[in-house]
Write a protein that binds this ligand. Structure first.
Ligand SMILES: C[S@@+](CC[C@H](N)C(=O)[O-])C[C@H]1O[C@@H](n2cnc3c(N)ncnc32)[C@H](O)[C@@H]1O
Length: 170
């Protein structure tokens, strides 16, 4: 490809990204702990579908394969302390967890500036981590299996945030 072509495609890419950025809602997902890169990739893909502001990954979670593809269009940050970052940036911090403090998702009114924190695939979220969060939300379930896959649960929570704050605006 000659240099003028590269310049053209870089400019086109920048325009597309600016166009997406203008439509983002002030919502973040913070992944503090994760065992499987596929789940992080799934969360990034949903974040893209709903055009949220940013995805914050703990240094230990960051993995190039999880952030390939869709991630090129998203705002991904790697932080040593996700909670410090979210507090400094005035997010309401919302644990996504089945917990004694939780309220059902359908009763929860998301603050406009919300950060959703899912737990670990195997261990869930520790009480210490839940205590760092302003709210705890739970997706009611009715089947025999007690919990959802973490990327699925995050997708449902993001859908509901988006339903409340975007409505049918695009
Ligand atoms: C597979 S679950 C963890 C289950 C773990 N074995 C436990 O008992 O804590 C992984 C994560 O998905 C999210 N999750 C799954 N089902 C959920 C639900 N019904 N409501 C809210 N979060 C859920 C939570 O963030 C949880 O930490």
């Amino acid at each position: 490809m000659d240099k003028s072509n590269i310049k053209f495609w870089n400019e086109r890419r920048r325009q597309l990204k600016d166009n997406l950025d203008a439509k983002r809602l002030p919502c973040a997902v913070g992944v503090v702990e994760s065992k499987f890169a596929e789940n992080v990739g799934g969360i990034i893909r949903t974040a893209n579908a709903f055009l949220i502001e940013e995805i914050i990954l703990d240094k230990k979670v960051y993995n190039k394969s999880a952030t390939a593809g869709t991630a090129n269009w998203e705002n991904i940050k790697v932080e040593e302390n996700i909670f410090d970052y979210l507090k400094q940036n005035n997010y309401a911090i919302i644990a996504l967890e089945q917990h004694e403090r939780s309220v059902p998702l359908w009763d929860f009114k998301f603050p406009l500036k919300s950060a959703i924190i899912p737990g670990h695939e195997v261990f869930g979220m520790s009480d210490e981590m839940v205590a760092l969060c302003d709210h705890v939300i739970e997706i009611p379930q009715f089947g025999l299996v007690e919990s959802l896959n973490v990327a699925t649960a995050t997708s449902i929570a993001l859908y509901e945030y988006c339903r409340q704050h975007r409505g049918n605006k695009i």
